[in-house]
Design a protein around this ligand. Structure first.
Ligand SMILES: Cc1cc2nc3c(=O)[nH]c(=O)nc-3n(C[C@H](O)[C@H](O)[C@H](O)COP(=O)(O)OP(=O)(O)OC[C@H]3O[C@@H](n4cnc5c(N)ncnc54)[C@H](O)[C@@H]3O)c2cc1C
Length: 440
């Protein structure tokens, strides 16, 4: 089968691109290949991630520049969610709750106060609040807390908790409404891709496909596929699985803790479950695993193919682990996943948010939490802070650790611009309409 555009991967990234192409361009002949029988079953599934639409306002590991970029993209998802919720009840897959980042102790309080000076300009709805107001919004954050402990929070009403798996479905449904001729190849796995003249030839376990332009939106697998075509040789992946503990409803909204700036992961937070507000989820932890896809042992070799077996990635990983902050962080997180001692160790972290929570109130959430393909840059020998996009000859590879779900439409916008070039501007992208609809 020949298509003008082939998308590989039916998570929130691939489906956001599909929706963007259908709604805002005149490309009609599109194919989407997904190895599972349905969309959004891997990292985009609501069980696999923290369900947070990250804007950068309460994520203290984001720099101002990063927050500015992420906000623009998260605003697009927010606008899509708000616009669609009344049109189609199937799209009611998010809840809106208050969210805050909590600073505890003088050092954190001073840092947060300083951060507020610049971040409040980017986020005008962000308010700085003290003990009394924190207690009014989140009583359990104060109960049992030392009254002499200095605390401060930044809070906003715009806390979106999203089922990104269902969002993937919504993108697909809306794309199909506009273009009923999209070709979906579910339960179809890309095995190999080669460039053959002007066309990419995609070999799958269900047959062959061709297209002049291809977008690979296959999470960590995107780098493996990139490497098979000679791209991304300077990158490896540190696969950071994230687990959660759950408890009863002890919070009314999202409460984040302060993150060390060096770490590319959101700090531990407590969030209401998107489909069950009586459950609070705490996490995620961050433990390295040797799988590209969590709970899928067949991705063990794929992980090593992606990591690369040369000396460079080994030097990089040693360099990363020699950093005391990162080493201690990873060690602590390995313990959190261990039976019994893990729960006790993690309780200490949860108590920073809910001081009087009891050990028997929480339990390890089995089978919950995916894995983040964190990029290791083998040139700088450092961990990169977020997603990576490798642009090749008429092909793009998107590697999407957090906040890849929040930035799905922003990525789709960037990829659509590139695709128009790849297709020699034979098609038109109505980017003005995209911006009118989705850019705040
Ligand atoms: C613990 C954790 C917490 C997170 N929290 C958040 C959060 O709160 N907010 C946020 O924005 N992001 C969060 N993320 C990140 C977010 O989940 C991902 O960035 C996002 O889901 C990536 O979407 P995707 O479509 O790129 O990848 P995926 O959802 O993983 O989709 C990739 C798809 O490609 C398919 N695929 C792979 N290989 C092949 C192949 N060979 N052939 C065909 N198909 C293939 C897979 O089956 C899959 O469906 C979190 C991630 C984790 C692990």
């Amino acid at each position: 089968m020949k298509h003008d555009v082939l998308i590989v991967g039916g998570g929130v990234s691939g489906t956001a691109l599909l929706y963007t192409l259908c709604k805002y361009t005149d490309v009609k002949n599109i194919g989407l290949i997904e190895k599972y029988s349905d969309f959004g079953l891997v990292n985009s599934a609501s069980t696999m991630n923290s369900q947070t639409l990250h804007f950068g306002d309460i994520e203290t590991n984001y720099t101002f520049e990063k927050a500015k970029k992420v906000k623009r993209m998260a605003d697009m998802v927010m606008k899509y969610l708000e616009a669609e919720k009344f049109r189609d009840c199937k799209c009611n897959y998010f809840i809106k709750v208050p969210k805050m980042v909590l600073a505890v102790g003088k050092e954190q309080v001073d840092t947060l106060r300083e951060r507020y000076k610049s971040f409040s300009q980017l986020f005008p709805n962000l308010k700085m609040i003290g003990r009394e107001e924190i207690g009014r919004i989140e009583p359990r954050v104060l109960e049992g807390r030392d009254p002499n402990q200095e605390i401060l929070a930044l809070v906003t009403e715009d806390g979106y908790t999203v089922d990104f798996g269902r969002l993937s479905h919504c993108f697909v449904d809306h794309a199909k409404e506009i273009n009923p001729d999209i070709s979906f190849y579910l339960s179809t796995k890309l095995i190999k891709i080669v460039k053959n003249g002007d066309l990419y030839k995609v070999y799958t376990d269900k047959g062959e496909f061709e297209a002049p332009a291809v977008i690979i939106a296959a999470g960590g697998h995107s780098l493996m596929i990139a490497k098979s075509l000679g791209y991304g040789k300077d990158f490896s992946i540190l696969s950071m699985s994230g687990s959660f503990y759950t408890g009863p409803k002890v919070l009314n909204g999202k409460v984040y803790t302060m993150q060390v700036a060096k770490l590319p992961f959101a700090a531990i937070h407590g969030d209401p479950e998107v489909h069950d507000e009586t459950t609070t989820r705490f996490g995620p932890t961050a433990k390295p695993i040797f799988l590209l896809e969590r709970y899928n042992n067949s991705t063990f070799w794929e992980y090593w193919k992606t990591f690369g077996l040369g000396i460079k990635p080994i030097v990089s990983i040693l360099n990363i682990l020699f950093d005391k902050i990162i080493f201690n962080y990873i060690l602590k997180n390995v313990i959190y996943d261990m039976p019994s001692i893990g729960k006790k160790a993690f309780l200490k972290e949860i108590k920073k948010i809910v001081p009087n929570i009891k050990l028997d109130e929480i339990k390890f959430a089995k089978g919950i939490g995916g894995t983040r393909p964190q990029i290791i840059n083998n040139t700088t020998k450092k961990l990169e802070m977020g997603e990576a996009k490798i642009v090749g000859e008429k092909i793009i590879f998107n590697i999407t650790p957090s906040p890849g779900a929040s930035t799905c439409l922003g990525n789709a916008f960037d990829d659509t611009l590139k695709l128009m070039e790849f297709l020699d501007n034979k098609f038109k992208f109505n980017k003005e309409q995209f911006e009118k609809d989705l850019v705040v």
